[in-house]
Design a binder for this molecule. Structure first.
Ligand code: SF4
Length: 620
């Protein structure tokens, strides 16, 4: 269905020429789901854009070949005129993007958007096209399609908008579908429905599908074959079952070992040191060499080729080059990891009783409207939740978006005082945070800090790291002398694994993982006893997530700090949490020891939530 041969994509960037894709080669068969996986910036989305000839303005195909179909129906994508390409886009190739809200036209009814695709690519028009659009809405599971066809996108939920996108992508019955992170923005239960829908439609229509994702668990449930990309190249391609059972490339093995999960609780995750090299440089050797635990002297000066190591299984690594002794045994690839105490000494030596007790917490937001923005009603975001966080312990708060978990965290950190009515109690050492004022509140604020999902948005871009860390310290500990503050800031930078020179740099000069380290250092600056971690790793790549989770566990072990960990990632919960509380529509459905709740959920909602989570059996 699709053949890519030696594809080269370049981008004329300000910093110089970037070789975003360098020598890609793959072939996808009819009815096959082929997954392209890798961390951000590896070139997977750029591949999709090149296929659709939708590269950004500065990007162009510098060489290679892209063909769809075979025999009489074969089309040379790169040789088509733009007018012919428009017929191919949405006609022979359908595409689903990550973010349906930005892909749908907000001022056009959803039905019109589907009808437009049908009329552009099939012989159906007018009423017949509308009837077909209703049929598509029904097939993708939109309730009451006859009525909802005339709704605007804003009236639909995120999952429904993604279903409409799927209907548009499939309306012309394409031979081939590109799904670029089709479920990344969705909750797990909606994700499960969308993935099932894609599987059914694909089986029915025998479409080829290129699934682009960073989520290896999704891949394991969907794809027949997998290609792993690194720094613009495919470095391993294999049947999915073989890839997950016995990956060969050192990067693939490390990536799988970096995934959190219950079976990894007793030690640190394998964090891959270093970062992906800039693609503006010329490579004389293996692109992964600076980060590879098995690098050999000649890896830095020999370009590895994609060599077949088994039928349909190829690897770009000199360990597997023809004639090389294959040394990549699981034992040899075990990276030297720091010794890690299975049981947290801080936890065993911690004082008895809870550090934080939340009792019947209720948060109500006013709904404003009208010309004068008067209060028209109220929305109960949290409707009476109670839980405890022990000294040196981690409580995970899980649930789907909009369930009230972030609101709960913000209420405890006192971020909602001016915008919502907060009732109930949050007792820190027996004293109610919600009743504190003045100096007492100031002192309590020091003890509870928060880390957000997006560290970039929460760091002042105009301040250097030293100033960012000093700001909180000076505000919450005004009695500390400037020299003492600087000494503490230097210690913190080291503690979170940043180099001393980081202090004189601005947030934009760091990667996402480094910025999250800065946010953690800022939270730790005032020596808190509890940190509310609101999805601290969900915007990060797997290998960087592993570094941050390791860091948080080390800090808990060394400093005895407690975490209220808000997340939707069950693998992270299994790895880091002592207890878990499951939230649904502002209430706690069930809570208990992590292993008990996850292994033996008592509530139907928890069972549904857990069943929807794609699982990856990690054997590597
Ligand atoms: Fe590691 Fe060398 Fe293989 Fe590259 S070629 S992945 S450096 S062993």
């Amino acid at each position: 269905m699709l053949t890519i041969d030696n594809l080269q994509v370049e981008i004329d960037a300000e910093a110089g020429l970037v070789r975003a894709i360098d020598g890609m080669k793959l072939a996808i068969e009819r009815g096959e789901t082929f997954a392209l996986v890798g961390e951000s910036g590896c070139g997977k989305s750029m591949t999709a854009l090149a296929l659709m000839r939708l590269l950004p303005e500065a990007g162009y195909v510098a060489g290679g070949d892209i063909r769809i179909g075979s025999g009489a129906t074969e089309v040379d994508v790169l040789a088509l005129a733009e007018s012919q390409m428009r017929a191919v886009r949405g006609g022979r190739i359908g595409m689903i993007f990550q973010e349906p809200s930005t892909s749908l036209n907000p001022v056009m009814k959803v039905g019109q958007q589907i009808v437009e695709a049908i009329e552009a690519h099939t012989t159906l028009h007018g009423e017949a096209a509308r009837a077909k659009a209703i049929d598509w809405l029904k097939r993708v599971g939109i309730p009451e399609p006859e009525r909802r066809i005339d709704e605007y996108p804003f009236r639909m939920s995120g999952g429904q908008k993604q279903r409409v996108m799927i209907a548009i992508a499939l309306a012309a019955e394409p031979d081939f579908l590109i799904a670029d992170e089709p479920t990344t923005a969705l909750d797990v239960t909606i994700q499960a429905q969308i993935l099932d829908l894609l599987k059914d439609l694909q089986r029915e229509k025998r479409m080829g599908m290129l699934l682009i994702t960073h989520d290896l668990a999704v891949v394991s449930g969907m794809a027949q074959r997998v290609a792993l990309m690194y720094a613009g190249q495919i470095i391993e391609v294999a049947p999915a079952a073989e890839f997950f059972a016995a990956p060969k490339h050192p990067y693939a093995r490390a990536l799988l070992r970096a995934l959190p999960g219950g079976e990894r609780r007793d030690g640190p995750l394998e964090a891959i040191a270093g970062t992906v090299p800039p693609l503006s440089q010329r490579f004389d050797g293996c692109r992964f060499a600076p980060r590879c635990a098995q690098a050999m002297p000649h890896c830095a000066r020999t370009l590895p080729q994609l060599d077949e190591v088994a039928p349909r299984h190829s690897v770009r690594c000199l360990l597997y080059a023809p004639g090389a002794p294959v040394r990549a045994t699981a034992a040899a690839t075990q990276a030297a990891t720091v010794a890690f105490a299975a049981a947290s000494p801080a936890a065993t030596a911690a004082p008895q009783g809870p550090l934080l007790s939340v009792l019947d917490l209720r948060v109500r937001f006013p709904i404003r409207g009208g010309l004068m923005q008067g209060i028209k009603g109220y929305f109960d975001a949290v409707g009476g939740v109670s839980f405890e966080v022990g000294h040196g312990q981690t409580l995970a708060l899980v649930g789907e978006s909009g369930c009230g978990k972030t609101t709960t965290g913000k209420a405890i950190v006192q971020l909602l005082r001016r915008v919502a009515t907060v009732e109930g109690k949050a007792l820190l050492d027996g004293r109610n945070l919600f009743e504190m004022r003045g100096a007492e509140l100031q002192a309590a604020r020091r003890q509870i800090q928060i880390i957000f999902q997006d560290p970039f948005a929460s760091l002042n871009p105009r301040m250097r790291v030293a100033e960012i860390l000093d700001e909180g310290l000076a505000a919450l500990q005004p009695d500390l002398a400037a020299a003492d503050r600087l000494a503490r800031i230097r210690r913190l930078t080291e503690q979170v694994g940043l180099r001393p020179e980081a202090l004189s740099r601005y947030p934009h000069e760091f990667s996402g993982g480094q910025r999250q380290r800065i946010a953690i250092a800022r939270a730790l600056a005032v020596e808190p006893r509890l940190i509310v971690c609101d999805e601290p790793t969900s915007a990060l790549d797997v290998s960087v997530q592993a570094q941050i989770l390791n860091l948080l566990r080390e800090l808990q072990r060394d400093l005895g700090v407690s975490f209220l960990f808000i997340t939707h990632n069950i693998g992270v919960v299994e790895y880091i949490a002592d207890r878990v509380a499951v939230m649904k529509t502002g209430k706690i459905e069930e809570q208990g020891a992590c292993a008990d709740v996850l292994a033996h959920p008592t509530r139907e909602y928890t069972r549904t939530l857990l069943a929807a989570v794609p699982r990856l059996q990690i054997t590597a």
